[in-house]
Design a protein around this ligand. Sequence first.
Ligand code: EPZ
Length: 418
Amino acid sequence: MDKIVVEGGKRLTGTVAISGAKNAALPILVSALLTDGVCTFTNVPDLQDIRSILLLLESLGARVVADGHTIKIDAATLAASEAPYDLVRKMRASILVLCPLVARLGHARVSLPGGCAIGARPINLHLKGLERLGATIDIRHGYVEARAHRLKGADIYFDTVTVTGTENIMMAAALADGVTVLRNAAREPEVVALAEVLMGMGADIQGAGTSVVTINGVEELRPTTFEIIPDRIEAGTFMAAAALTGGDVTLTHCQPDHLSAVSDKLQQAGVVIRSQGTSLRVTADKAIASVDVRTQTYPGFPTDMQAQFMVLMSCAEGQSIIKETIFENRFIHVSELRRLGADITISGDTAVVRGVKALFGAPVMASDLRASASLVLAGLVAEGLTEINRVYHIDRGYEQIEEKMRQIGAAIWREKAS
Ligand code: EPZ
């Protein structure tokens, strides 16, 4: 397995382009299953998770043509409605094929996605929503089997805000008979982007981006084209990198208004942020102050930025309290950061981070996508070399992270693990 090596101490300056959003592209690529023609998506990031979902779509009978960041998907002749364990276990977002398959074919058999490093991550709300739409659900031998002759619109309340749950049910409701109202729906930009794609296909959706979404089902959906929105978490990760190294970095091809909570916290910490159109300039020319953060659903501070922000707070002046309210086990990066010299104490869902004068490079182990990114960030400022092992976690969600970091002055390279 490859590893990434970082030599700390370089100040990051210059310009870096942000890629398309993984968490927008995944549901949007799957939405092609709802149509019987060729959908074209541009600005699709070149990531392991994207390659995994395209393999799954092909296994269902869709024809996929990938040309750089442009993906064409023809789902005219679907030949299967099963998502096998060996594909789903690699990428839990595969559960997103469940509802489109039931809506299009009347049947789906999808392996239950197991838990993952950051939590149990059940899919009960996906299944409850699909049942409310009239599907019969059986769970046997580690698989979910769902059937419905024609889904019927329903009033659905999500006990917990769920991003892919909202996306899954929205796709099913688009082809249901009648009106569906989703209450306590996720408001993330990625949900809004999916709604825009569905509307481009002819769906009738009101309220996407608010907590009440109304979908008036239609008979069929037609192919569409769409440009994937920028990745706000990749952007936030590079903003944290600039802040950590006292740098001056301009991000291009991003959407600043998707980053308000992250920008606000960085500004509170003393970072200067200037946005202009699709560019964001991040300048850190004074000491970083400690700031408290609690992760929340959008538009609050994103859980996917918690680990990255914790690294920044580890190098700040003072003490900060970081509360993780979305996932029950999203502090795995803490033990690795401690190995680099961070001073972090955990109590339940709360981490107390005391800023230290310096971090010191060491070999560390990546555990999940965003934890891995936080270890790269720590390596940027740790004295000496930091080696991040199991770097496949990073390749799932960051396109060419070392090339992009090198472009703005980082000393970072990939080594084949011996
Ligand atoms: C999406 O995951 C993202 N993934 C995650 O990004 C992100 O961390 C998460 O939303 C929260 O913003 C994609 O979009 C592909 P949830 P998702 O359903 O949809 C509980 C990354 O690093 N829940 O919003 O799986 C769940 O356990 C990844 O890019 C249920 O209880 O997250 C969690 O506590 C990591 N039952 C909370 O809701 C359900 O049926 C939020 O989960 C569904 C969820």
